[in-house]
Design a binder for this molecule. Structure first.
Ligand code: HEM
Length: 187
């Protein structure tokens, strides 16, 4: 299941509930959906909302459901396309059109471990230099950081903007780390 550590807890709970059902020798075992709903409700009752980390984080959206479904088998091209289109539609660009902030702050964010870390992904060394310091590169960097699934379905990369892991200003700063010619990424 694709929900980071919470996913692990859900899986454990599901397994435990399945095992319980088997022990009790249920003649009418509940359908998978019913078990999943009970597990989710039980899980939710043991968490409290804290700041921007609301309980909606425990709800799987359509993308997460599909990616869980295909976690252990090849993702068909048509499903990948559907996921990417749906995620592309979620990307919000700043109202003032300013996509690039302060790379120094971006570096701190990327290394802080908030929503995993920069170094958990592929190397982005010379990202701006290689792609060109253009509007197109800046727009792509914003979109990718905002919602990685818009460009590669079922990406391991967190959807930093879509999932409200980073604020708009933090997104700008992280984008700056990628695309500012003065950023250490581009030296
Ligand atoms: C602030 C942190 C991060 C930034 C700024 C960032 C940025 C990016 C960008 C711009 C790309 C596209 C590279 C290209 O098209 O050449 C990318 C790709 C990727 N990133 Fe991240 N990333 C971050 C964190 C992470 C984390 C935490 C993970 C994994 C846990 C991750 C996993 C990946 C993967 C697997 C790709 C390859 C394409 C894909 O499957 O989505 N990234 N990242």
């Amino acid at each position: 299941m694709r929900m980071t550590t919470i996913g692990g807890a859900v899986t454990t709970l599901l397994l435990a509930m399945g095992a319980l059902g088997a022990l009790h020798g249920c003649a009418t075992a509940p359908a998978d959906d019913a078990v999943a709903a009970r597990a989710a409700a039980s899980l939710k009752s043991s968490f409290a909302a804290r700041g921007q980390a609301g309980l909606q984080r425990l709800d799987q959206d359509e993308t997460q459901k599909l990616c869980s479904e295909y976690a252990n088998r090849p993702l068909p091209a048509s499903v990948a396309e559907k996921i990417q289109q749906a995620n592309l539609a979620t990307i919000r660009y700043p109202a003032d059109g300013k996509l690039v902030g302060d790379w120094k702050n971006g570096e701190k964010i990327a290394q802080s471990g908030q929503g995993f870390q920069f170094s958990d992904g592929p190397s982005l060394y010379r990202f701006g230099k290689l792609r060109g310091f253009t509007d197109e590169t800046r727009k792509y960097a914003w979109g990718k950081v905002y919602n990685a699934d818009a460009f590669s379905a079922c990406s391991n990369m967190p959807r930093f903007g879509h999932s409200a892991i980073l604020t708009e200003q933090q997104l700008r700063d992280v984008v700056a780390l990628l695309v500012d010619p003065g950023s250490p990424v581009n030296q």
